[in-house]
Design a protein around this ligand. Structure first.
Ligand code: GLN
Length: 492
């Protein structure tokens, strides 16, 4: 294996921009790595070798011509979750119903990556339409966790996280509707950030639940995630929910945090996120992280968020309701698959949706349609929205007592493939600790917090809306006290 695949994005960028290595060499090293190991990992649904090399060559040309790099990440390779549209690559969202679909346009995130000179290696595997916590609901096969190929990498963005852990890419993009960036990060020992809602454009992000969906950066280090955050973040007039204010200065915050001084900061431990239902090794890692944060100078306080216990229930009413509406567009007339059975448009539509959607997607469409039906709207959807408000108030009260909140990112470490695939509730419980953030629209991330029985554990750090700077600072300080987690070598 080439050493280049072991470097951070920041180090790769420095070497490329000083012409110590070329962006083409860096791209080729990662493409070779993908060719060598992805048979065993299945992180990628599509690898765009030619386009990646061509994009890298452009970066090399402009550096050779003396032009300043397009961004601090120019020439650095990245794996893009297959839920962002790409005009030059297929985009499936992990669904059979989009097989063979070529989007006519780039998502804003895609366009910003290209403009920044980032080398897009290809598209990564995911649970169908980002519904799931294991990538087992992908229509294109499961992704394996590089730490233990018999286990899941988490989901829905398991492909992006596994690509990082297997050194197939130093950077990746995910989306987080209920935990799909943070939970896979925790399961693979990588860094995953769910930005403030509206912080990263949703234009060209195939919708799961529009009021919850948020794209964000994935990396192996906090600084790399921050560099990527600043490339993809910021206002986009094409997304009406995009926040019209500057991207928080997360790179500066990550650099500041690396000094390892958190004195003067208050870290709130959410009483309701931990204890019963959390694996002992996960809890032990969390307790050790708290001691470490104290050593760095932070003051650890306990806070209570009493409505978080209703978060999962509210989420599984709000999300399916939005899904049932968003996925109505897959009507056999406009995109991808079309099963020409029956004489009427309705019959073609029904046959296409029957063949094109997997069981979890169907389950949620049915649930959401029910929750929105006139007789039940107030009792289910309406109630869930009220819970959402209460959770936001819990966060507001907690952030009055602490600069950031912390919890284990997930109740358990990565579970075996097949373990929960037939038990939706067990699968849903993965996101117990991550969902409140999505309901409130605030920011949160998972950073590696050691191993439990040989499997990675994630520490979740949560911040108020647009409070990413302090979150990155705490994450970088914590990271500076730890050895990087390196997954065992995977075989193809
Ligand atoms: N696992 C959660 C779900 O299935 C979260 C998914 C996500 O964040 N996209 O809905």
């Amino acid at each position: 294996m080439s050493d280049l695949t072991r470097l951070t994005a920041a180090d790769l960028a420095a070497k490329i921009h000083s012409r110590e290595v070329s962006a083409v060499e860096v791209a080729q090293a990662h493409l070779d790595r993908i060719a060598a190991v992805d048979g065993g990992v299945h992180a990628f649904l599509h690898v765009a070798s030619d386009a990646a090399l061509a994009s890298a060559a452009l970066v090399d040309d402009s550096i050779a011509a003396g032009t300043a790099p397009a961004s601090p990440l120019a020439g650095v390779p990245l794996a893009l979750k297959d839920v962002f549209t790409t005009a030059d690559m297929p985009t499936t969202a992990g669904s059979r119903i989009l097989e063979g679909w070529r989007p006519p346009y780039d998502a804003t995130v895609t366009a910003r990556l290209r403009a920044a000179g980032v080398t897009i290696l290809g598209k990564t595997n995911m649970d169908e339409f980002a519904m799931g916590s294991s990538t087992e609901y992908s229509a294109y096969g499961v992704t394996r966790n590089p730490w233990d190929p018999s286990r899941v990498p988490g989901g829905s963005g398991g492909g992006s996280a596994a690509a990082l852990a297997a050194f197939e890419a130093p950077l990746a993009i995910g989306t987080d509707t209920g935990g799909s960036i943070r939970q896979p990060a925790a399961f693979t020992g990588t860094v995953g950030v769910k930005p403030t809602y509206g912080g990263v454009s949703r234009y060209g992000l195939i919708a799961c639940a529009s009021s919850l969906d948020q794209g964000g950066p994935c990396a192996r280090t906090v600084l790399d995630a921050a560099l990527l955050h600043e490339v993809i973040g910021g206002h986009d007039p094409l997304d009406s929910t995009s926040i019209d204010s500057p991207v928080p200065s997360v790179v500066a915050a990550a650099r500041q945090g690396a000094d390892g001084d958190l004195s003067g900061l208050r870290v709130g431990v959410v009483r309701e996120l931990g204890g019963e239902g959390y694996q002992p090794g996960v809890q032990a890692s969390f307790d050790a992280a708290l001691r470490q944060l104290e050593k760095l100078g932070a003051e650890v306080v306990e806070v209570s968020c009493p409505h978080f216990e209703y978060g999962l229930a509210a989420y599984y009413l709000i999300l399916p309701s939005e899904v049932s509406s968003n996925l109505a567009r897959f009507d056999a007339m406009r995109y991808g698959l079309r099963v020409d059975e029956g004489a009427s448009a309705e019959a073609v539509m029904a046959a296409t949706r029957e063949a094109g959607f997997g069981p979890e997607v169907k389950r949620r469409i049915i649930l959401g349609t029910y929750a929105l039906s006139s007789g039940y709207y107030d009792a289910y959807y309406g109630q869930a929205q009220k819970v959402r408000t209460l959770i936001s108030r819990d966060f507001a009260a907690a952030f009055a007592q602490a600069d950031v909140l912390v919890s284990p990112a997930t109740p358990t470490t990565a579970f075996p493939i097949g373990d929960k695939v037939d038990d939706p509730l067990a699968m849903y419980l993965n996101d117990l600790a991550t969902i409140p953030t999505n309901l409130a629209g605030t920011a949160a991330m998972s950073v590696p917090s050691g191993l439990s029985d040989g499997l990675p554990v994630g520490l979740q750090i949560m911040a108020p809306a647009l409070g990413e700077a302090v979150m990155y600072r705490v994450a970088a300080a914590y990271e500076s006290t730890r050895e990087p987690l390196v997954a065992p070598e995977v075989s193809a």
